[in-house]
Design a protein around this ligand. Structure first.
Ligand code: PGA
Length: 256
């Protein structure tokens, strides 16, 4: 089954609205005519409006890095799916390992966010991944299968729409240590298998699974050469026009 490649830039807590403006203008002139690849930019909440305005009318889509599961109410500091929609967001990253690690996010919470995002019509990018300790203890598969079962608990396959999954080994995030394409592909196959059992093999075959963790222009080609790797969630290398545009260009060239 052919799956369209999807490259998303996760800016994390970087760039003021003003700084975002410069970067996005450069990106639009470099990759604004991308055709075969889905490209998403996920700036911090405070730059969503600016970035959304600048990419309007281009094929680049807007995404957020997090959201709350409730629709509205007394949840100081939180942002709802509808608020993101109103700013033109099409995607939202859910359950990023930094949210899990520093902000106590659990599979249960991600499960609620997934439901809220889908109900609001956002396309979720659901993140899973094992820590170095877990990999060394050889429990990667158990950890991932628990995360997937927790996050997708009580969903019917019809409800899932075009969910995107991101496999991000925690030990490869921001460390410069990338999983080898073979290592990543093996996990992607495993994830597809688990989700095929949880839902249907047909749905799992169509699911796009991104790899994330120190993706750079230098390693993207070998990652995308793996049939089970359908794109990338890019952190550090998405903060500069040059590297991000090069990553997108490779994806465009290798598009399926
Ligand atoms: P990185 O981050 O590319 O800087 O390793 C990836 C991510 O956390 O999404």
């Amino acid at each position: 089954m052919k799956r369209k490649l999807i490259i998303a830039g996760n800016w994390k807590m970087n760039k003021t609205a003003l700084e975002a403006e410069g970067l996005v203008k450069d990106l639009v002139s470099n990759i604004g005519s991308v055709q075969k690849t889905d490209v998403v930019i996920c700036p911090p909440f405070t730059a969503l409006e600016t970035v959304g305005r600048l990419i309007d009318g281009t094929p680049i889509a807007l995404g957020a890095q997090n959201m709350h599961w409730e629709e509205k109410g007394a949840f100081t500091g939180e942002i709802s799916a509808d608020m993101l929609k109103a700013l033109g967001c099409r995607y939202v990253i859910l359950g990023h390992s930094e949210r899990r690690q520093y902000f106590g996010e659990t599979d249960e919470g991600v499960n609620k966010k997934l439901r809220a995002a889908l109900e609001a019509g956002l396309q979720p990018i659901v993140c899973v991944g094992e820590t170095l300790k877990e990999r060394e203890a050889r429990v990667t598969e158990k950890v991932l299968s628990d995360q997937l079962k927790g996050v997708f608990r009580n969903f019917a396959v019809e409800e899932l729409g075009d969910v995107i999954l991101a496999y991000e080994p925690v030990w490869a995030i921001g460390t410069g240590r990338t999983a080898s394409p073979q290592q990543a592909a093996q996990v992607h196959r495993f994830i597809r298998g688990i989700l095929g059992d949880l839902f249907t093999p047909h749905w799992a075959q169509g699911l796009r699974i991104q790899y994330g963790g120190s993706v750079k222009p230098e390693n993207i080609r070998n990652l995308l050469a793996e049939v089970n790797i359908d794109g990338a969630l890019v952190g550090g290398a998405s903060l500069d026009n040059g590297p991000f545009a090069r990553i997108v260009a490779v994806a465009e060239e290798m598009s399926r």
